[in-house]
Design a protein around this ligand. Structure first.
Ligand code: NAD
Ligand code: ZN
Length: 345
């Protein structure tokens, strides 16, 4: 099969011919039809310190995908050959304290598909049946490929009830833009999104943001002023990983404000802890998706709202054939894009 592979420790990737993965008794084998590119894939390609400390080559990368089930292990009853499915990218141990309590997103031994085990930038991927999310047969395959990042956005945005709240989202990457669509859908009053890219802020506007702020020209205080807000934002969704974005967010929260942080910083940074304490701000880190309540919530939003579906679909701005993977990676790196999807069909 074709597989985009990290063959040796170091920069670069190669599209090579590899044996098809073997489907164990509790596994499912999926013919990949679409796969989304994520910042993680760019890090793996470039081989930064994180990649060097995490990856054991050879490794097939890729973890955002949608495809058709072609084989199920002998012990699998929940999935059938012919089902269309997306995959949860975190494989959990099932036996640690959190797994046994049903809090699988908090598993202490989480393994990432396409990071710690062979992934989905290939004709076939094998994952545990418990990681399969069976999709309606008429779902747009491109949408099926973005359930993983849509799940990050959903998990972050739905930490607290949104109805009537003023929400600020820092970072209009694909996940920040999808979070704006969720906040709109879930009943926020104002949804404000900040980024340094006008291209990406336009996607956020299409997704339902009331106001976008280009941080090279304006700040969140200006946003409050434009909207006639007097007290500050109630909910913050941090989706940039950028220290200045977190500072500006913290400076513009109402007392008692709640901030969910998804964006991964490249290094540790200072924060105005005095403000966190005296303004009684709640900070919550978010990783992955809840298994599988996040999947349930996003599936229902996609199924029931045409507006929401189209807001998420427009986040997919570029599509490439698998053979054009280098162009796809260049596009994703440029930042002049939303989500980039590879077609493996
Ligand atoms: P992305 O890198 O495409 O988007 C980040 C955006 O933040 C960019 O558009 C960038 O221009 C913007 N940005 C940079 N500095 C900013 C600033 N000062 N103010 C406002 N915006 C600024 O990433 P993505 O794929 O949308 O993912 C969002 C973040 O979530 C990334 O940091 C990613 O690493 C992280 N992530 C975390 C998890 C998790 O489980 N915690 C999962 C997936 C992604
Ligand atoms: Zn576990």
């Amino acid at each position: 099969m074709r597989a985009l592979t990290k063959l040796t420790a170091g920069p670069g990737l190669e599209l090579v011919d590899r044996p098809e993965p073997v489907c164990g008794p509790t596994d499912v084998k999926i013919r990949v039809l679409r796969a989304g590119l994520c910042g993680t894939d760019l890090h793996l390609h470039q081989w930064d310190d994180w990649a060097a400390s995490t990856v054991k080559a050879p490794l097939v990368i890729g973890h955002e995908f949608y495809g058709e089930v072609v084989e199920v292990g002998e012990d699998v009853t929940s999935v059938q050959v012919g089902d269309k499915a997306s995959g949860e990218g975190h494989v959990v141990c099932g036996v640690c304290r959190n797994c046994r309590a049903g809090r699988r997103h908090l598993c202490i031994r989480t393994q990432g598909i396409g990071v710690n085990r062979d992934g989905a930038f290939a004709d076939y991927v094998v994952i545990p049946a418990t990681n399969v999310w069976v999709q309606p047969s008429d779902l747009d395959p491109d949408l099926g490929a973005v359930f993983d990042p849509l799940g990050n956005a959903t998990h972050t945005a739905l930490q607290w009830p949104m109805v009537g709240e003023d929400v600020v989202i820092t970072g209009a990457g694909p996940i920040g833009v999808m979070a704006a669509a969720i906040a709109r859908h879930a009943g926020a009053r104002y949804v404000v999104v900040s980024d340094a890219s006008d291209y990406r802020l336009a996607l956020a506007e299409h997704a339902g943001a009331d106001l976008t702020i280009n941080v090279t020209r304006e700040s969140l205080a200006d946003a409050q002023h434009h909207l006639g807000m007097k007290e500050g934002f109630d909910i913050g969704l941090e989706m940039s990983g950028a220290a200045p974005a977190v500072s500006d967010m913290l400076a513009n929260m109402n007392h008692g404000g709640r901030i969910a942080l998804l964006g991964l910083p490249h290094q540790s940074y200072d924060l105005d802890w005095g403000k966190v304490i005296t303004h009684m701000i709640t900070l919550k880190g978010i990783y992955g998706r809840e298994m599988y309540d996040t999947w349930y919530a996003m599936s229902q939003m996609i199924a029931t709202s045409e507006r929401f579906r189209s807001a998420v679909t427009q986040v997919i701005t570029h599509r490439f054939k698998a053979e054009q993977w280098e162009e796809a990676f260049e596009t994703a790196k440029s930042g002049q894009c939303g989500k980039v999807v590879l077609d493996w069909s």
